[in-house]
Write a protein that binds this ligand. Structure first.
Ligand code: ZN
Length: 359
């Protein structure tokens, strides 16, 4: 949606990108929002479910490709958050402590699923993402904008809190600096930012996860699981944060101080989400068929044979519609996976839940 609050905090990303003096406030127009200075129109799209506030093409040399990441997970309707997605949301709620008086920004919100599920505990909620793969539920219930997180189209101090989950690892070095500087700018002094990402180091406990990964690759080779989606998910990671020392420097430069940190050693996650779930899904819920179809798909070899031509039904999904009864075991697994944070949350390792204060 596009609320009056969202409209009230917008400034022109084109004028800021070109640094042609001032940062004009955008004004409502029949088709969206317009800049009174440069005259540029920022259209309201998808039946006015979100605004397109991207800066002009060519503002940044490197394109953020993580938008495609969200595309892989695009579904028509939002599914409940389970497993590590659930852990991330719960850690965000616990550490950031959003309240109904807070103005909150989700930086790199993907399809908007975290916004949608945290909505009951938040006040004004705005999401921004480079892609436009917003799901219908968040589009109907929270403010959404398509934009570049390295040049946020919001006025200074427009938000009390912000969060960004699984985003930093997709940015290059300049991108990380720009994103954090922009997050600082749109937060008020004393405002809070919650981050989930990782640096390139690992604790001794990570040996367990490496063992599980090795097992999964072994099973993959024998056709017992399908590891391709996971490989694809990680394929565009830039991982420019090498160490916690480097992260400290980056945070100080951006104007933040660390208010709290927990680490994510994934022992129970490795068992449930990385090993058991793919095995169950692949062997009992049609994953094997899906993989076969993908490998047989004509675009893989450019050679279309008669046998490959499916009718429309085959295309819909080879995965049977799983009933709500599946939610129960997933919920139990999600609860057990909380042990990773409860037991090992203070053991320093790569992935981190970080609470920052804007100084
Ligand atoms: Zn302008």
């Amino acid at each position: 949606m596009i609320s009056e609050y969202l409209k009230s905090v917008l400034q022109c990303p084109a004028c800021r990108a070109q640094a042609n003096g001032g940062t004009p406030k955008l004004e409502p127009d029949d088709e969206g929002m317009r800049c009174p200075s440069c005259g540029r129109l920022f259209p309201a799209l998808a039946e006015r479910g979100y605004l397109d506030l991207r800066p002009p093409a060519g503002t940044f040399e490197s394109l953020t490709e993580y938008a495609e990441d969200a595309f892989l997970y695009r579904t028509d309707a939002i599914r409940p958050l389970f497993l590590s997605a659930r852990i991330k949301m719960d850690m965000m709620l616990k550490m950031l402590g959003p309240s109904s008086n807070d103005r909150i920004l989700d930086i790199g919100c993907g399809n908007g699923r975290f916004l949608y599920f945290t909505r009951p505990s938040c006040g004004q909620l705005v999401g921004i993402d480079a892609g436009a793969h917003f799901a219908p539920e968040p589009m109907a219930t929270v403010d959404l904008a398509r934009g570049d997180i390295r040049l946020l189209p919001f006025e200074d101090a427009s938000f009390d809190k912000a969060y960004s989950l699984d985003v930093l690892e997709h940015l290059d070095e300049e991108g990380v600096d720009a994103m954090l500087a922009e997050a600082r700018r749109v937060l008020r002094s004393g405002g809070k930012l919650f981050l989930y990402s990782h640096v390139m180091m690992s604790s001794r406990l990570a040996a367990f996860q490496r063992g599980v990964n090795k097992t999964v690759r072994w099973l993959d080779k024998r056709g017992l699981v399908d590891n391709a989606p996971e490989r694809e998910r990680k394929s565009d990671h830039q991982n420019v944060l090498r160490s916690y020392e480097q992260l400290d420097d980056v945070l100080v430069r951006a104007g933040f101080r660390i208010a709290g940190i927990r680490y994510y050693n994934v022992v129970f996650k490795a068992i449930f989400e990385d090993l058991m779930l793919p095995l169950v899904e692949h062997n009992f819920f049609g994953g094997a068929k899906k993989r076969e179809d993908r490998e047989k798909a004509p675009h893989h070899n450019g050679d279309i044979r008669d046998g490959d031509i499916h009718d429309g039904h085959d295309h819909v999904s080879t995965k049977p519609e799983v009933g709500r009864w599946v939610h129960a075991p997933l919920l139990v697994a999600s609860q057990l996976m909380k042990l990773d944070v409860m037991l090992f949350g203070r053991v320093r390792t790569g992935p981190f839940f970080l609470l920052l204060e804007a100084v």
